[in-house]
Design a binder for this molecule. Sequence first.
Ligand code: N01
Length: 500
Amino acid sequence: MPKKTARAAAAVQPLIAEIPHHDVAIVGSGFSGLGMAIFLKKAGRNDFVILEKADDIGGTWRDNHYPGAACDVPSHMYSFSFEQNPDWSRMYSGQPEILSYMQRCADKYDLRPHVRCGEELLEARWEEAEQRWHLQTGTGARLTARVLVSGIGGLSRPALPNVKGLDNFKGTVFHSARWNHDYDLAGKRVAVIGTGASSIQFVPQIAPKVGKLVLFQRTAPWLVPKPDGQLPSLLKTAFRKIPGTQSLFRNAIYWQAEAFGIGFINPKLMAPIEKLSRFHLARQIEDPELRAKLTPTYTIGCKRVLFTNNYYPALARDNVEVVASGVKEVRANSVIASDGSEHEVDAIICGTGFDVADPLGPLNIIDRDGKPVPHDGSMNAYLGITLKNLPNLFMLLGPNTALGHNSIIFMIESQINYVMQCLEEMDKRKSPSITVKPESSDAYNVRVQEELKKMVWSAGGCKSWYINDKGENFTIWPGLTWQYWLKTRKVDFKQMLFAG
Ligand code: N01
């Protein structure tokens, strides 16, 4: 540490003595936060705290408990590589099973004593003189940490549609990620807004119960069959008894998903998937008028390709009406579609996704110059992990690391491995902080944006939450996951600045 910095640090020591200090503060207890905590524990780094805004662990898998909530990535891949579970009941497990897997991991590694529930991080300020983060939560609690790891994730804040009159609706309104299980849907007239990954899972569950379901579809999604089913007990026994079988199964899933991912890089290769999707639609929907409404009009892959076997059959029911239009207005007892039609309903369920434009939400991060990180939807990071001018801040699932084709947990593990190397290197060099060089970060992000311009998310003729208002994509990783693993496997410390 430079002499001046050391003197300043010594001067403030008495002032901060009463604020609890941790070596590492992790934000969030979803897959990212739990994974980070497990790696720290395994490395004997026990001085860490997990700040969790809710009253329990689990992140998105705690919050998304709508009927039919399940993962659309096979469970043997959608789980930690170091905590494989031979007992997954199905190929694609449901939310309760995934959440209990996460809870088991937390208990096995004794993480709960580290979790401070009900503490939403609202401000993180880097104090250069002290070489540490000053943190303040929603309860007013203050703490400091040498290292801050964000496991916030992009899908933590539900987005209600910005529709005139929604507040004046006399019936019940809720979002898929805040499902109201106390509201009995039986016999009710229900409007569902949105036809994304969440909606296609809950619509088939509620359609047989409700009196009438009106589905507002602004953009028809591409759907393919979901190769789901119970896993036979013989296979589970093999996973338990024959070494290597489960890893082999996991690897097969991984490489199949990577092969699918090639289509995002070169959409021409998506032709067989598009054919499959059209066949799926034709096989499940007989009515030509409904089929026309459900036929997508953009290149497959531009929005998330959705896996389902029971969505189209649900839409073919007599009590379901598909309105191929957005929503213009909500009145006291009805929803007015953009095509002008009016639909009287008792309840509105919003499957309208998440607020991803501002990945930080209410969190105010203040950099080493005292400047706040802008909340303008253009946050970028070196490898999606480290940000210029923000020492000792690591993001898990940061900008440009989301996927449309494989397990996000693979990305999380690659990032955690990267963070662990940075911590070790700081120890080795006896340096209090590490920051990415601004020029390295800038050059990296120019390359990423250039690559993304050619890919299906920009070139596929759709409007998706991956792209911001300026046409930039700070969401998706422009490649296959093994390429990301290769880039993050060994940290290139030449791109980093060390203090001291
Ligand atoms: O949200 P979405 P989601 N008027 O943003 C529509 C993950 N996930 O919750 O397409 C009318 O995909 C919007 O219409 P359009 C996964 O990463 C994973 O379904 O923009 N409609 C769209 O149809 C996924 O990508 C799993 O024209 C409006 C829908 O709402 C992410 O979560 C399961 C509207 C939103 O779709 C989000 O999925 C579930 C308006 N004003 C989710 N505003 C897994 O299995 C929005 N829409 C891992």
